[in-house]
Design a protein. Structure first.
Length: 78
């Protein structure tokens, strides 16, 4: 199956179904979680509370939790 221009703009466009996404999920996606978590921690440590950067850190922390839960579900489904 080749990747065409039509579906190259879609994330996982070369995979046919959700079961293929789960089957090809690998643990190296947890590096995304680690990177997001480290960035959130660095932002939180370098600023004081109630600043825009601290708000960004809290937002990244929430995104990190969501990514981790998603990856745990995909890994468990695998």
């Amino acid at each position: 199956m080749s990747l065409t221009l039509k579906n190259s703009y879609k994330l996982f466009g070369h995979l046919g179904s959700l079961t293929e996404i789960i089957r090809f999920f690998t643990p190296n996606w947890f590096a995304v979680t680690m990177g997001t978590g480290v960035l959130a921690l660095v932002f939180a440590q370098t600023t004081t509370a109630n600043t825009p950067l601290f708000t960004l850190a809290r937002t990244l922390w929430g995104i990190n939790i969501g990514l981790f839960l998603l990856f745990i579900l995909l890994y468990a489904g695998r």
